[in-house]
Design a binder for this molecule. Sequence first.
Ligand SMILES: Nc1ncnc2c1ncn2[C@@H]1O[C@H](COP(=O)(O)OP(=O)(O)OP(=O)(O)O)[C@@H](O)[C@H]1O
Ligand SMILES: [Mg+2]
Length: 319
Amino acid sequence: MPQEKPDTPASISGPGKIIAVGGAKGGIGKSLFVANLGVLLSQMGKRIVLVDLDLGGSNLHLYMGVWSLTSRIDDFLDKNVENIHDILTPTKYGPLLIGGGGGKLGAANIHYSRKQKLLKAIKTIDADYVILDLGGDTTYNILDFYLSADQGFVLTTCDPASYLDAYGFIKTSLYRKLTRLFSPESSYYNHRDGLVDQLIKDHIFTNTADNGNRIDALLDALVQEKPVYHGIIKGLLDNFRPGVVVTMVEKEDQAVDLITRLRKVSGKILSVELNHFGCVPFEKSIQQSAKELVPSVAKAPDGTFAKALRRIALKMEMA
Ligand SMILES: Nc1ncnc2c1ncn2[C@@H]1O[C@H](COP(=O)(O)OP(=O)(O)OP(=O)(O)O)[C@@H](O)[C@H]1O
Ligand SMILES: [Mg+2]
């Protein structure tokens, strides 16, 4: 029986680490975070590639000071170029960029085979960090991009709707991971077990009042029915450790309160431990630098936003 291993590419094929930035709400600062984190890590001497995987609403290039793209993900998916390295766009601020789709109808709903092609290619990118900017929802494509990373970040503001969406993102990505336990891409594919598969699906898709869909109820059932898989799923849960970042923070105590609640509910219902990476302050000047197409950390390297992001970058480096 194989050991649970992360669905990660970088650990297999290259020295780099894949970081995915999600959170199921639009407009909470994901793209701005990706761009500025990329610039900071690049200033720290790291080779960075940023990938705009918000395929239906790509705008990461603007945050990186690139007004118009001459190549984008579509060029690779449509086979206009052979290699993903052929669509890298240089930026003034250090990171290389892979720009997103050109806004075609249905661009976000890429077919399974195109998604697999993209995931495979991302794993070959030659960089210290490949940072994926995800769209603000929980479609299977977004969840699969998120789960392909070595480290996933979930962003939230202190707004209750954003908090609920962040929890929803963590929950659905965990559910996606569990339901893909026996998928063809999984190391357990050759050890498919119908009963375990059914227990997982019953747990996830049937809302029973007595277990409240708690993951520990699934673990209890596995102990009874299939103890070997209890250990496997426990390992999978231990490996699933979303990094949470609170963005647009105006009052630090609100962010602390939010993290405490998010941690509590994720632990209780999902048996998932969260890793709090830090908070990003709300700054009016950021909106101005976004309008000027200059990354804030390049414009104000000693500002509070840059300092907060630098702390997160250092924590990432140590993780
Ligand atoms: N820390 C911040 N302080 C002030 N404004 C911010 C901050 N972070 C982001 N913004 C502003 O919020 C807006 C949305 O940011 P961004 O595009 O990064 O969100 P997003 O989560 O990527 O949205 P989407 O899911 O739609 O792609 C932008 O105008 C940006 O300048
Ligand atoms: Mg965005």
